[in-house]
Ligand binder design. Structure first.
Ligand code: G3H
Ligand code: 13P
Ligand code: ZN
Length: 316
């Protein structure tokens, strides 16, 4: 039931839209993502980080995905579904995922010196391609809240390297750094300051160097303010959470960007609904009640992204 990303990306490139890659780590998130993608007729990449894989347990995760895909097939949905390792940090992890049935992996050597990134990525590609598994590599460093570094300290992708990198490694897609970052605090804005635009000039230069090659955008959550406000009004504290405006993501989706990664927005939707439900229903203790609402909100978010931002709805 799973496919690799090759055909998805070729179609997304030709049709000027992007395939959504949603992160998940539990059953409700998986149901929300797959259900909403089936409803909107959107191809989808189910994305699992190393941490999510150990959280859910690799065996349970694999069977959960199999069951979820079977669930939508029984309802008649034929959407292409890829299962993808997000930010693989070693050859061994990538191999383990490929052996357990992932159809796509990312090997993230972006923090390594260039030649080491090339060598690691190439090694993963050589293994993966024997099993028809596609590989995403990365050039340029995204800032992330985990490192407690601000977006200003990220290293943009150097367009002079992209052609050499894809030739030497044989990767199927390339993640680049053009001003996005991971997490819910993407920019440190002064009062009244606007979110700085993404570096579309760097993206265009990359496209010129590797025409028709699928590009990936990480750290692409919008950090939906409605959710941030809900979280803050029901006991949470997420000051200055800010993300990438939807208009910029629409522009990216129409370019050679074929895959857009979304994790934080799903987490925010989930958390906002749980906080609201528990605050409004203090007597409630059935997890199905609050997790069910969180799941429904996550599904609404996914439908919105597919239909109104990435343009992936109805593309099967
Ligand atoms: O790129 C990072 C993803 O948002 C996954 O984050 O390692 O907390 O699961 P995680
Ligand atoms: P966000 O934190 O912006 O959702 O980015 C997710 C991501 O890039 C996963 O690899
Ligand atoms: Zn990422």
């Amino acid at each position: 039931g799973l496919v690799n990303t090759r055909e998805m990306f070729a179609k997304a490139m030709a049709g000027k839209y992007a395939i959504p890659a949603y992160n998940f780590s539990d059953m409700e998130q998986l149901q929300a993502i797959l259900g909403a993608c089936a409803d909107t007729g959107s191809p989808v990449i189910l994305q699992v980080s190393k941490g999510a894989r150990s959280y859910a347990h690799e065996t349970l995760l694999r069977h959960m995905v199999k069951g979820a895909v079977q669930m939508i097939r029984e309802k008649g949905s034929q959407i292409p579904v890829a299962l993808h390792l997000d930010h693989g940090d070693s050859y061994e992890l990538c191999v383990a995922c490929i052996e357990s049935g992932f159809s796509s992996v990312m090997v993230d050597g972006s923090h390594l010196p260039y030649e080491e990134n090339v060598a690691l990525t190439r090694k993963v590609v050589e293994f993966a391609h024997r099993f028809e598994v596609t590989v995403e590599g990365e050039l340029g460093v995204l800032a992330g809240i985990e490192d407690e570094v601000s977006a200003e300290h990220s290293t943009y992708t150097n367009p002079d390297q992209v052609e050499d990198f894809i030739k030497k490694t044989g990767v199927d897609s390339l993640a680049i750094s053009i001003g996005t970052s991971h997490g819910a605090y993407k920019f440190h804005l002064a009062p009244g300051e606007e979110v700085p635009p993404l570096r579309f000039d760097i993206l265009e230069e990359c496209e010129r160097r590797i025409p028709g090659f699928p590009i990936v955008l990480h750290g692409a959550s919008s950090v939906v303010q409605e959710y941030v406000e809900m979280i803050n009004s029901f006991g949470g504290k997420m000051d200055n959470a800010v993300g990438i405006p939807e208009e910029q993501l629409r522009r990216a989706a129409a370019s050679a960007v074929c895959k857009i990664n979304i994790d934080s927005d799903g987490r925010l939707a989930f958390t906002a609904k749980i906080r609201e439900h528990l605050a409004k229903n203090p007597q409630e203790f059935d997890p199905r009640k609050y997790l069910g609402e969180a799941r429904a909100e996550f599904a609404r978010l996914v439908r919105h992204k597919n239909e109104a931002v990435l343009g992936s709805a109805g593309r099967v």
